[in-house]
Design a protein around this ligand. Structure first.
Ligand code: AKG
Ligand code: FE2
Length: 279
């Protein structure tokens, strides 16, 4: 271990027996996302980033008003229960032995068309992409499946919570994505948040085979993460958060007034830059 690691101001002592354990699993709440946040999430030395006022409240309100006239679909309720409403296909819904099936591409096209007018006649995804691009300072490109650009930018309403789960397309749906990225992050921009409840909890834990004893439908019971460090993020309307989607995470049920709706997609640092070497 280098001196740099031992003296970093971001480190916290979470020990219970006197010796310090550095988890490098904090939430950073910031006004501006930077490439460094994305890289530290990718490297696994940050729990989550919350970006305050990611986009204007008026944009959120306008998208929410347009959504009133638009019926949301849902994940397959036989698999994802309690129900999670959404606009836009997830690989989760359309994976078959041969990759993403034909209906995925049909849903992608329809959903893009519906989403493309929700923000005063424009697409709220463009706002998110523009902000992320500015932070990253480089290109954002769609992942591909069978050579075709995949859909990104679901609008999702989680009301009764989401079970503890992880998202890692290359492990869950092998072969669905052509060129796997070198990291797996999730982005959510909260278009509406309730007055209480609906927090996102991220646990410092990645899937391992023994977790299967804790299976609970599409997710895992609390015992899978017992005793492990975790962070709870309570975004407000207009905020966005990013974290490593391979870490087990859950959404708590809404218990106040108001809807919990986010624009959501996965992103990953691609693995085709130069290789950095060190000792
Ligand atoms: O809605 C959230 O806060 C997180 C939802 C989730 O499971 C994800 O983004 O992977
Ligand atoms: Fe998730």
């Amino acid at each position: 271990m280098s001196d740099g690691i031992l003296t970093s101001p971001e480190l916290r002592d979470v020990s219970t027996n006197g010796s310090p354990i550095y988890t490098l699993f904090d939430v950073e709440t910031v006004d501006e996302l930077t490439a460094d946040h994305i890289l530290r999430l990718a490297a696994g030395v940050l729990g989550a980033v919350r970006i305050r006022n990611f986009a204007p409240l008026q944009d959120c309100a306008d998208v929410m008003a347009s959504l009133e006239t638009c019926e949301l679909g849902a994940y397959d309720e036989a698999l994802i229960y309690p129900r999670i409403a959404k606009l836009g296909p997830a690989a989760y819904d359309f994976y078959s032995a041969y990759g993403l099936d034909k209906t995925y591409w049909e849903h992608a096209e329809q959903s893009r068309a519906t989403r493309s007018t929700l923000l005063r006649g424009g697409d709220p995804m463009d706002v998110a992409v523009e902000r992320l691009q500015r932070a990253w300072g480089g290109e954002l490109i769609p992942a591909t499946s069978g050579g075709r650009p995949m859909f990104s930018g679901m609008i999702r309403e989680i009301t009764k919570g989401a079970k503890i789960h992880f998202d890692e397309i290359v492990r869950e749906f092998p072969g669905a994505m052509d060129a796997p990225p070198a990291s797996f992050l999730t982005f959510n921009w909260y278009l509406s948040m309730p007055s209480s409840g609906g927090e996102t909890v991220v646990h410092r834990h990645r899937w391992q085979p023994s977790d299967e004893q804790y299976r609970d439908g599409y997710g895992y019971v609390d015992a899978s993460v017992e005793g492990l460090p975790s962070v709870t993020v309570a975004p407000e309307t207009g905020d966005a958060i990013l974290f490593d989607s391979r870490n087990f995470h859950a959404v708590l049920p809404v218990d106040g007034e108001g809807r919990r709706v986010s624009l959501s997609f996965f992103l990953g640092v691609t693995g085709r830059g130069p290789l950095a070497l060190w000792s």
